[in-house]
Design a protein around this ligand. Structure first.
Ligand SMILES: [Mg+2]
Length: 369
């Protein structure tokens, strides 16, 4: 089964709510694009991935996939994912991790459809469903975090993660108010998204030590292994680094060597695909570390996340980034959180995605081939 064609359709993403991700505020209805990658095989199977994300353009990955990756893939065996991933990794200087990740997800979609099995079955299923946590946007007022945490607790979601507003003094106000509101029996996490200097991280970390937070995510810069080591030795709360950098499997090595993090983390768009993320999760398992999967930032990467989470032992939660209307798009069968706060992937083969091709055609901008 050979790869016979590859195309990317870019399309307008209308009606998105106001967002504040990565310190980029966008008003409601801000012009935005999404893009559908399709890889076809000579026996008529199609694999897909979406390239869209809340902040950042799809243009770079779309062009890169067509110009740099497509010529390398045409005519190759579609099921030789390990070989294809090795080929793409060798081209890293002229492509991007996100482009490689999208192609790898589409190749897993093809493999599942060829076997008529969901991707998690190919990987070896460990569980059938997973608890979710609500992951806040950055908000302006302390009361907004309190209200949101209480709302998701009442819906039986299993935990709430705060992306705090900064500066660090305000962040301590937020983590304190939310803990007081939800009580001691609800799981809370803090994700400061690389906002602090070491001294600030220590102050915030000591505050959440007293408030029994489940993890302290990315307090420091994405390459600051030296200060992570010091911070981890001083705090009680487990430290979670490695969501960034956007990089491949070998980017995890220095963090384990230096004992600079209590968890590994990543998602298949930002780490180069399902192939390296599953390897990283298995690497973590050898050290009895958890691998917590980062929110997928679009509907198809989120399905890839669910398949990974079904297939690895050492993970706890599925992250749902709020507002979901800024993430979920172009999928007819978007998975729903059940009344007990669990979620599972669709039952169909591959990713199990029922893509809204009518919506994509209606809002189509360009077909890149
Ligand atoms: Mg994070």
């Amino acid at each position: 089964m050979k790869i016979s064609d590859l195309e990317v359709i870019t399309f307008e993403w209308t009606g998105r709510p106001a967002t504040n991700f990565m310190n980029q505020r966008q008003p409601a209805g801000h012009p935005h694009q999404n893009a559908l990658l399709t890889i076809r095989t000579d026996n008529g199977i199609e694999g897909h991935c979406l390239l869209g994300r809340p902040s950042g353009s799809v243009a770079h990955e779309a062009a890169n996939i067509i110009e740099r990756i497509k010529p390398q893939l045409l005519g190759k065996e579609a099921l030789k994912r390990e070989s294809l991933h090795a080929l793409l990794t060798k081209l890293a200087a002229v492509t991007s991790v996100r482009a490689i990740g999208s192609v790898d997800i589409a190749l897993w979609d093809i493999a599942g459809k060829a076997a008529n099995q969901p991707i998690h079955t190919l990987l070896g299923t460990y569980r059938d469903k997973i608890p979710v946590y609500a992951s806040s946007a950055k908000m302006d007022r302390v009361e907004q975090y309190v209200e949101e945490a209480l709302r998701y607790k009442a819906m039986n979601w299993k935990a709430y993660k705060i992306h705090p507003p900064a500066p660090w003094q305000r962040d301590i106000e937020v983590v304190t108010a939310v803990r007081k509101a939800v009580g001691d029996d609800f799981i809370l996490m803090l994700d400061s998204s690389r906002a602090y200097e070491y001294e600030e991280a220590l102050k915030v970390g000591r505050a959440i030590d007293e408030l029994d937070y489940h993890w302290f995510e990315e307090p420091l810069g994405e390459y600051d292994v030296y200060n992570y080591v010091k911070l981890k030795q001083k705090l009680k709360t487990p430290i979670m680094a490695t969501e960034r950098p956007v990089a491949g499997l070998d980017s995890y090595a220095p963090w384990i060597m230096a004992q600079a993090t209590d968890f590994l983390r990543g998602d298949p768009a930002m780490k180069g695909g399902i192939t390296p993320v599953v390897k990283a999760a298995h690497l973590a398992e050898a050290f009895r570390m958890k691998f917590e999967v980062h929110a997928g930032l679009n509907s198809l990467v989120n399905l890839a996340n669910l398949h990974i989470e079904m297939a690895i032992r050492n993970t706890t939660f599925h992250e749902i980034l709020l507002p979901v209307e800024a993430i979920n798009h172009a999928l007819v069968n978007e998975p729903r959180v059940d009344a007990d706060g669990f979620i599972q992937p669709p039952e169909g083969p591959g990713l199990g995605a029922l893509i809204d091709f009518d919506l994509i055609k209606h809002h189509q901008i360009q077909v890149l081939r």
